[in-house]
Design a protein. Structure first.
Length: 726
């Protein structure tokens, strides 16, 4: 092998494979600087210093500006400067993304109308999604420690050709921190970060160390402790009792360089969350704009997640039919236990999922373009349980089928073809095979303990393709991009074997004979990058085919009185929208930036949960209202301090689906009212080793909820952050 070592600021043509840690840097390498633009904040929406290299969009190294996709890039400095408390909330200001909050520790981004198992999350290229992910908002994105992240790369729209099932609304790749002190001898760099906030009533402490030996070996260790008290909402709501929780996180990454071009990477991550409340469904909740308070005495979740992976990455490989290869194996464990007290019934339900993963990705230059191709395989082993104090014996299953397994195998090929000096065409295809086997499933929902036990097994296959292109109207300044991409989602254990209460008064039961969902998305956009201004605009239209939705069976559960629903392939329709973002540096110290997003959808549904023949055309649940943001940033000439003011606005959320109107604990009658939230932030680098950031969020103490959320956003919130390096 003969390989390269990336500089601190990636240049065009450089980069790494999916899941590769960020490039190493020597302690003598100066930090990236720019005479005008502060490299810490991505005010453009499409890059920081010059044009960053991303790997997620095309599964190979590519500058954002030259990629035929709509991409958002969020770097480590932005994460710290804006004091995001969770990974999901780092997407708060991203156009086309609405961050719903069921509770303080349960954030679920909606991307171009989709959330839950219709958005895909990767950690260094390894899937977070598994076969128990469910319909609608879920909390799993919040089980990734935001303080372990070096950067986030978000590709909007379907990416199923490269990443398989679930990659529909968007694909987010969280690239975690790596050793960064490479140089002669042994080098060590450590830091401690402390964050405190008033309305969130939170304290966070994060410590990390990077140790490297020469140019050969290094490791990075990080630990985080977070204590969230009872959130204080805006005027009118005040303190929201019993909304806090604790979290403990740890991450380790080690890497060994066989030579400058080939590295072996080992990583371990652990996240533990204790007693995270689903606040809206408990008696501690408060009515907001007419919502119905919850009735549960308690409803908490304990979440544990562990990830191990071993990966090998090599570039400039000689003497082989490929010149670049990445391969890896992983073991991912996710455990969830829900403790719920409803009246006299004390209930505990949950599952544990162990996932083995493998991927092999290669690239080959050919006369017809650069080929990227590979194979992925994941296998879930699932156990689930439920028990109640007022019921003798354990349930046959928990939220999903017990004694279950789920396999998914994908093979893909993509060709990037330079048809002309200014025109690139990207063609790709993927074949996926999936199978499930659930050994213990409730056969009769009215007899969950001693009733009949059934087993389920099924197989699915899908082929999807994409064609994307980008043309430089003005080289390095104006690009037009777009194309058509297919997405799909194979039915998972949650679709097929679910036995849970969801929404308000709905009981979901197992379903047989489901088919994969399919989506075709058309997109057209323009990217502009001038010396002092830039931005992008994109329009997309997504055709929905055979989407799995909950359909009424016409039956009622005699024990709970809940309407019984069952998943079917009944959802056909469309989603379309516009996303616009831009920035203008009108002075060497001042930059103004803004974005706006609009979305509309129509999908087949049912107007009466008791009538299976009541089909009609509905909007998608929790459709994001017209949302925009505008901000102004000042950076001192010496780049030692900065101040940023920002206002975010959301219009009335009155495009309600039938499911929305029935979710009375989270969504007010008629939908959420419009709101505007103003915040101001700043930071100062006192010395090279000490940085202080401060913010006042929600200056006017606005009392509001993001559409579909189960808890109000914090009111006026004072935040202080201190980082000390040594």
């Amino acid at each position: 092998f003969t390989l390269f070592s990336l500089p601190v600021v990636a240049q065009e043509g450089a980069g790494t494979a999916p899941g590769v840690p960020p490039p190493r840097q020597t302690p003598d390498t100066p930090p990236p600087t720019d005479p005008v633009v502060d490299p810490r904040i991505d005010v453009t929406g499409s890059g920081t210093v010059d044009d960053p290299i991303v790997i997620t969009a095309s599964r190979t190294s590519q500058p954002v500006f030259r990629s035929p996709f709509t991409i958002e890039y969020i770097g480590e400095e932005e994460i710290q400067d804006r004091s995001y408390r969770s990974l999901s909330e780092a997407l708060t200001y991203t156009p086309g993304v609405m961050v719903q909050r069921t509770g303080p520790g349960q954030s679920s981004p909606f991307m171009r109308g989709f959330t839950g198992f219709r958005t895909l999350f990767l950690i260094d290229g390894v899937r977070l999604n598994n076969s128990v992910f469910r319909e609608g908002p879920n909390q799993y994105w919040s089980t990734v420690d935001i303080h372990s992240i070096e950067r986030l790369e978000l590709v909007k729209g379907p990416s199923s050709v490269l990443y398989g099932s679930d990659a529909i609304g968007g694909t987010l790749n969280a690239i975690t921190k790596s050793p960064h002190t490479y140089g002669a001898g042994t080098n060590v760099a450590s830091s401690v970060y402390y964050r405190v906030s008033s309305a969130e009533r939170s304290n966070t402490i994060h410590a990390e160390t990077s140790l490297t030996v020469d140019e050969t070996f290094g490791f990075h260790i990080g630990v985080t402790g977070q204590w969230f008290g009872d959130t204080r909402g805006g005027h009118g709501t005040g303190k929201m009792n019993d909304s806090g929780y604790d979290e403990w996180d740890a991450d380790f990454k080690g890497e060994y360089f066989f030579n400058p071009d080939a590295r072996l990477v080992f990583a371990y991550q652990r996240v533990q969350q204790n007693n995270v409340p689903r606040w809206h469904s408990t008696t501690s909740s408060k009515s907001f704009e007419g919502t119905t308070p919850g009735t549960d005495v308690q409803r908490d979740l304990d979440q544990n997640r562990e990830l191990f992976y071993l990966q090998l990455h090599a570039e400039n490989v000689e003497g082989m039919f490929f010149d670049k290869v990445s391969t890896g194996i992983s073991w991912h464990e996710q455990d969830e236990v829900e403790h719920r007290i409803v009246g006299a019934s004390d209930r505990r339900a949950g599952f544990d999922v162990g996932t083995f993963g493998f991927f092999l990705h290669m690239e080959t230059p050919t006369a017809i373009g650069r080929l990227a191709y590979g194979v992925e395989y994941y296998r879930d082993n699932v156990n689930s349980f439920e028990r109640r104090s007022n019921v003798a014996g354990d349930f046959i299953q928990g939220p999903v089928g017990a004694d279950a397994s789920y396999d998914i195998l994908g093979i893909y090929l993509q060709d990037t073809i330079p048809l002309a000096e200014r025109f690139d065409l990207v063609l790709g295809g993927r074949y996926t095979y999936a199978s499930l086997d659930a050994g213990r499933v409730i056969g009769d929902p009215t007899q969950p303990v001693n009733g009949p036990v059934i087993s389920l097994d099924d197989e699915y296959s899908a082929f999807v393709a994409s064609a994307r292109a980008i043309y430089a109207i003005v080289p390095d300044k104006v690009n037009i991009f777009g194309g058509v991409s297919q997405g799909f989602r194979a039915p998972n254990l949650s679709d097929v074997s679910s036995n849970r209460t969801s929404g308000s008064g709905v009981l979901e039961i197992p379903a047989l004979g489901l088919d994969p969902e399919y989506y075709i998305s058309f997109e057209l956009g323009v990217k502009i990058r001038e010396d002092n201004w830039g931005g992008q605009i994109a329009y997309y239209y997504t055709i929905v085919d055979d989407m799995i939705i909950r359909a009424p069976t016409g039956e009622i559960d005699g024990g709970s009185g809940n309407q019984i629903v069952q998943s079917t392939n009944s959802g056909d329709g469309f989603i379309h929208g516009v996303e616009l973002e831009g920035w203008w540096r009108f002075h060497q110290n001042f930059t103004i930036f803004s974005n706006v997003a609009w979305i509309e959808s129509r999908v087949d549904a049912f107007s009466d949960l008791t009538d299976p023949n009541s089909g009609f055309e509905d909007t998608l649940t929790r459709t994001m209202p017209l949302t925009g943001m505008i901000g102004l940033r000042f950076d001192s000439t010496d780049r030692k301090w900065w101040v940023e003011g920002l206002v975010q606005y959301a219009d009335n959320a009155n495009m309600l689906s039938l499911a929305d109107t029935g979710d009375t604990q989270r969504i007010p009658p008629g939908g959420h009212k419009s709101y505007g939230v103003a915040s101001i932030r700043g930071g100062i680098r006192i010395t090279d080793d000490v940085t202080i950031t401060a913010a006042v969020e929600n200056i006017t103490n606005e009392d509001y909820r993001v559409h579909g959320s189960g808890i109000n956003q914090p009111g006026r919130n004072f935040i202080l952050g201190v980082e000390i390096k040594f």
